[in-house]
Design a protein around this ligand. Sequence first.
Ligand SMILES: [Fe+2]
Length: 335
Amino acid sequence: MILKEIGPHSVRFAGVSSAPAVGVVAAARGLSMNVVDYSAEALAAAAPCDVADRLEGGQIVRFPVCPLPLPDEADQRFLRDELPARLRLKNISYHPEADRVRGIEAAADVVARVHRILVDHSRAVDAFLTATIPSLTRHWRLGTCSFRPIEERGRNLKPHASNELVHIDAGAYGATNGDRILRFFVNLNPERDRIWATKGAFPTLFDKYGEQAGIRPANGSAPSLRKGPLDYARTGLVRLLTACGLKMAHVLDSSPYDRVMRQFHNFMKDTPAFQADREHHEEIRFAPFSAWMVLTDTVSHASLSGQFALVTTGIVPLANCRHPELAPINLLRAA
Ligand SMILES: [Fe+2]
């Protein structure tokens, strides 16, 4: 299978091969062009690199039944019942580099229980992904594992923090320098779907909106991706702070690439015409106890509604990609 020939929009199917032919059928039937479903059987039969190729090709890989062990029923009830009133930041997150939970205001025993649940889930996700997409997880950096206790619809967050506006992820992970952002989601709501919107992946969005967003050459004015002295100085300072014990200092780092991607992220959220664009717009439902994963630096997404989700983030080295020409940094370089 060669994803370059499929393009950023592919098809939904239950198997793992002959995607273009299935795509014709899928399109004719009005099925999703952005999602690929893997049943347990399809996952077991998947060829090496198949799932990773789907991710690199800009698809959302969805599992109708979460393929890894979830917190037990008592812990799930605890997360759903106890945490909404205790949220103090956008999410409640376990940070592995500091071995600490942030975003919660609660008694020590409550925080300790959240810590245990999120650490266990993070390890389960890591083990599953290491087995399923080993080419991508080699030397990857496992990041936060979050629980999202609040209904997404109508949260009234500031626009740049809003999950309800379609965007690509950028700028919240320190300096990725072109490495990829992989996120694994689980809908822990026992009754309601989580609903996303997407407008497709970076290659299409860059073609259509890159100039308008100021990240694609127009009269030679595209931003440079080359690091300057201030970038090296900042990275050196962050390393020093980390060595001095500030374990989450890496999020303070940046790079020209990360700033360009943040510019595109902000453009998307700040531009009503983009949000209203229906050309590649699609809404996607994730049923209770389903899971899905996606490279969120390329696939645009918004959480339109839903409450109670687990979200695990990892940074995948660009060098792991089998299709580096589809990575945003190389599309930016080639423009
Ligand atoms: Fe996002």
